[in-house]
Ligand binder design. Sequence first.
Ligand code: ADP
Ligand code: MG
Length: 353
Amino acid sequence: MAFNPLNWLLGFFSLDIGIDLGTANTMVNVSGKGIVISEPSWVAIDKRTREPLAIGAEAKEMVGRTPANVLTVRPVRDGVISEFEITQAMLEYFIGKVHQQSIVPVPRPRVVIGIPAGVTKVEKRAVYDAAISAGAREVYLIEEPVAAALGAGLPINEIRGSMVVDIGGGTSDVAILSMKGVVVSRSLRVAGDELDEDIIQYVRNKYNLLIGQRMAEHAKIAIGSAYHLPKEKTARLRGRNLLSGLPEAIEVSSVELREAMSSSVQIIVDTVKDALDEAPPEIVADLMDMGICMAGGGSLLQGLDERLTNELNIRAWVAEDPMSCVARGAGIALENLPMWNSLFVGLGRDGRG
Ligand code: ADP
Ligand code: MG
């Protein structure tokens, strides 16, 4: 291609944005700056007009507290982009926010978006279209586990296997990669949200106490675990007693929460094991050196790394800043689009968006 000074200038000033469109959290990485936005993937809408009223952290605050005319939704829940218009509003808001942050007027950004593995063609198209109408100049889609591996610094372009387990809110994704390609992958709808649900159910059955989603998540983060702790802990839960109808606070222990979450945790462990079972032996040998990299907020559950290590006989380790791996990986892909071209999810014949 002939050198075009205009294009060169455009490239120099333009924004490159990596977005992790997670089921629980959206993270935005700007090349040269790092993570600039990290907000819950929540949108509050007017029930009648379906106009967005609040997006991100503000919308999450409203969850469980809305009046009759307001609805709070997570458009990417369970790894499925269910609400096109709402997803678009969310992308517009996040892309617009970054665009406004730059001091000089800049051309429309190039965007790489991490999307949940296993979304349908229609959904991919929807995200692509949403990003274009949200103001992106070029859009590339990358599957989240692949982006997570890139962001975690795994050598996925080399001729040896690496493995990533990304545990998010709605889905857990497992991928074994080699030579910029996926060798084995698994995706399941058991992840952080399900653990919260488990806690709600457990407390309801054992104590007749009804607690909210956020209370459950809070307890999980504070004292939840997947393996016995050196020192077990307790937390206070507040909710409504279902028998008396009155507010009540109780104390639960980390042992109880572990029991509450145990079958879901086991499902995640078994899925990782399944993926390993399917990997060719040369790759298994590689993984014995490198271990299994864990990413996503769910990987922060205490003792999950130990649990995996113990059950799989391969060392599992949590990536640095596991919640931002996907967005940072998308940023790395943007730095050298031709090099990572094979990783992008194709929408059309040319293999890009
Ligand atoms: P997604 O990619 O689906 O948006 P994230 O990677 O942002 O999801 O992870 C969100 C999930 O991680 C939530 O279920 C949240 O409760 C959980 N999480 C965050 N921090 C912790 C922690 N310290 N311990 C256990 N779970 C955590
Ligand atoms: Mg994620």
